[in-house]
Design a protein around this ligand. Sequence first.
Ligand code: C2E
Ligand code: MG
Ligand code: MG
Length: 636
Amino acid sequence: MSSVQFAAARANPAAGIFSTVLEKRRCLFNAKSVPTAMHSDLVQRGRGPLASLMRSNGLYCVFQPIVSLRDGSIYSHEALIRGRPDSALHAPDRLLDAAAKEGLSEEFENHCLMVELGQWSALHESRRLFVNISAKVLEQVYERCGRELLLAYIRDLGILPSMLVLEITEHERVSDMDYLAEIVQDIRETGVSLALDDFGDGRSSLRLWSQLKPEIVKIDKYFTKDISKHAEKVKTIQALQQIAEIFDTTLVAEGIETEDDLRVLRDLGIAYGQGYFLGRPALLPRESVEPQALMVIQDRRVAVYPELRRVSHVGQKQRVSVVEAPCATLHTTNDELASILLARTDLHAIAVVDGSRPVGIINRTDFMNAYSKSYYRELWGRKPCASHINPEPRVIERNHPVEELLSILTSTDQRYLIDGFIVTENGRYVGLGTGDQLVRSVMETRIEAARHANPLTFLPGNIPISQHIERLLASGAEFIACYADLNNFKPFNDQYGYWRGDEMIRLVAKLALAHCNPQRDFVGHVGGDDFVILYQSTDWQLQCEQIISEFAQQAIELFDAPAREAGGIHAEDRHGVARFFPLTTLSIGAVNIHRDEYTSAEQVASVAARAKHDAKIHGEGLVVRDNTNFNEGGVF
Ligand code: C2E
Ligand code: MG
Ligand code: MG
């Protein structure tokens, strides 16, 4: 034993637990047992079930792999403690609870570490190992043993410090973060790395991440479970990735249980994963990941993120443009108001405020009409302008939700178009807005929103379509780009009106979605009657044919009986000439996109549009093109 170790042991008798291990190292860890001599007085004398389990060496550990999501290799294992399988104290949660009840938390966690490191050492493993330790016990162990003793202990087991990762659990119990950060920094200098466990479970703290700067953060399983179905979980993981980048932290996604979740996490670029789908905890560490998981990791097909399947813009915020304008108060006289309006001929109205809060609006024309009447100035010039105030102005927060604007535009009260509206920031007056600005703002929002999601079908619009194609191209996936378009839709629309036209477009959306695997295939709505489907499913051809035939069957229902009988409608063509148009059908042009064939979404859009063009000209339902490069550009 080194002098440092002796000193530490003398200074604090509790350090003896580690010194004893060092002395008896050879005999210790060939078995999974921790010898009686090492048990503290508390454990020796304890009457509870955990104390007796510890005395009888009833604890062992299992190892669960942590896997590289890039290539499927095993990055590390996590040691997880277990009590005897037949005992009530089998699961770690039960063991930890019992430890707290019996006042043995520190002893128990120490004991776990010894069992786990001992087992790892006995397996002659030289790979990386993650072990759990609560922040509180880490502090206690450090205080009692010091860094050197811990280091000697680890080394003595044949474990390189650089191969050990301490997973800090129970962050909520950290009382002094500065102190913990100091300890962690000191331990880290030995080469041991640090991970924050279960990040985001509600008890973890961003401050701890920022202050401890762990090499690794393990994202709690809440965020990975069903991530393939929840857009908000994707967003949360993306936000955590941004933080990880700031702090230069590697992320591990915990609790991966399904193929779909694994695919999304891999595509998001999460470095490592852990979970039953990759490998369950087992007595022996694994040499390779579960074969099913390896197939997913190596598969080039990309996941369709849940956010892109159907997008809504409810809650989106928009900034409204503001005319900076002086305002009146309840005490402003009519003369003063008139001189403001004469100086600012561009103003359509004046806001009236009480303090900084708007209480009314005065319309310029109404006021000036009254003010210019004979004797008005003499009689009312020095009186307050109160009688001209409209006390119910329309007030809009500068950063308002889009729905608020829409509700104003569609309300029966159209006064705001003349009076305009008052703009506030956090309830304080900042300026005026005009009716035409409002209309423009709504239009811009609508156009921008439609580029993300089509307002009729709520399917992703041009921007997400392009983004998804870029992802497919970047991954080297082989896929089929389909462009679908209706034949004879215009005469139908002209004859029956937009309402039924919309129905028909929604029918295409419904059928396209029904014939796609939501995890593999992507349906986008370019606009009007144009749709894009990006298939990775191998049965795409059958699915396309079914879309076409089901559309033909169901679209008939949208025509009136005479048209159904006649097999079409009489209507004017684009040149105003009366013609017979057959019933509306669907054409799909499909192109096989091979690896490295195209470099941009625009090129893919262009070839798919050409295939659709061919399909329409041939009047066939489905036209498939293969490996035809077109040079002209084109966007959806
Ligand atoms: P943890 O450190 O977050 O460990 C991961 C837990 O998730 C393990 O449960 C593991 O079996 C489980 N798990 C792994 N993959 C999946 C999955 O795909 N789905 C689901 N639902 N669960 C999965 P376990 O072994 O019951 O451990 C529970 C907790 O007990 C651990 O959470 C850790 O906080 C604590 N613990 C375990 N061993 C020790 C130890 O030796 N010392 C200390 N201090 N705490 C430990
Ligand atoms: Mg853990
Ligand atoms: Mg965990």
